[in-house]
Design a protein around this ligand. Structure first.
Ligand SMILES: C[S@@+](CC[C@H](N)C(=O)[O-])C[C@H]1O[C@@H](n2cnc3c(N)ncnc32)[C@H](O)[C@@H]1O
Length: 278
């Protein structure tokens, strides 16, 4: 057998991870602009910020999984948390590092090129781990991620994750009205699903909150979860929201008020889930 050839041939999983990496590398330059950080994204971002601050005091050690351009990590470093920001896209990591330098918080924030599938490369003990806007939807083995989180978080420490959910009524309506029925139902797919972005592919796994929690249940208790952007449309419908801002702000307030209610919390563009290390 030709071992050199065998070693050089990427597995299907490695190819998918590489394609996802290339997809995010391709948008890193402006991902903190309208594409990755419009007002609907910022609205959800505030909920994660408030949740992390409710969970942990300033000064705590945080690990950010899939930090993107570092918006959250710099925000927490500014308010005196110590943050290790990690991402699988080297271009995103560069952007996060530059953001930390520009904000003058490099002493409290480091950016490292580590994917969620290789958390065994990280050392240290964290008070909490957070992940915002779906990096964990790109993880090929959620049980392995959970085991690594258990190794990295102290007993009693927190996980705060925003994850792309399976049931987004706005999305179903949006694509069904355009006759794109497969796209409308893409979140129902079992296993890994190709999702296009910027002429690249993001290999994505979708979850119900309880399905997601099952991977963590051995090491973490479930504290709570809630819908993000259930009444409010998902971020790619921002133009619709800009045409009638007052009306949609009222919908946003419905999210704030009822997003944690039984049944409603199982829907939405994303869900925000909080767990504690046993
Ligand atoms: C939608 S962006 C969110 C970025 C950031 N958390 C934010 O709030 O702006 C998803 C991020 O997940 C990262 N990502 C994708 N696959 C990943 C993986 N396997 N491990 C770690 N990060 C990954 C991408 O590079 C990208 O930065």
């Amino acid at each position: 057998m030709d071992m050199r050839h065998d070693l050089a041939t990427p597995t299907p999983l490695e190819l998918r991870l590489r394609e996802t990496q290339e997809a995010f590398d391709s948008v890193a330059a402006d991902y903190d602009g309208p594409r990755g950080n419009n007002e609907l994204i910022q609205r959800m971002r505030l909920t994660l910020w408030a949740t992390v601050r409710d969970e942990l005091p300033a000064g705590s050690r945080l690990l950010d999984l899939g930090c993107g351009t570092g918006i959250d990590a710099v925000e927490f470093a500014r308010s005196r948390f110590h943050v290790t920001a990690s991402d699988w896209s080297p271009r995103m990591v560069e952007r996060a590092r530059e953001r930390a330098e520009a904000a003058g918080v490099s002493s409290r924030m480091e950016a490292v090129h580590v994917g969620v599938q290789e958390l065994d490369r990280l050392d240290g003990t964290y008070d909490g781990i957070y992940s915002n806007f779906g990096p964990l939807n790109c993880a090929p083995d959620m049980k392995a991620v959970a085991a690594q989180c258990a190794r990295l978080v102290r007993p009693g420490g927190s996980l705060v994750f925003s994850v792309i959910g399976r049931v987004c009524p706005w999305e179903v309506g949006h694509y069904a009205m355009r006759g794109r029925f497969r796209r409308a139902l893409v979140r129902g797919n079992r296993g890994v699903t190709p999702v296009g972005m910027n002429k690249h592919t993001i290999w994505t796994y979708y979850y119900f909150p309880r399905e997601f929690y099952a991977a963590f249940a051995e090491h973490f208790t479930l504290s709570r979860y809630r819908a993000l952007s259930l009444f409010m449309p998902p971020p790619y419908m921002v133009d619709r929201v800009r045409r009638r801002p007052a009306f949609y702000e009222r919908l946003g307030r419905l999210d704030d008020r009822f997003g944690g209610a039984p049944l409603l919390r199982d829907m939405g563009d994303h869900f925000l889930i909080v767990m504690h290390r046993r």
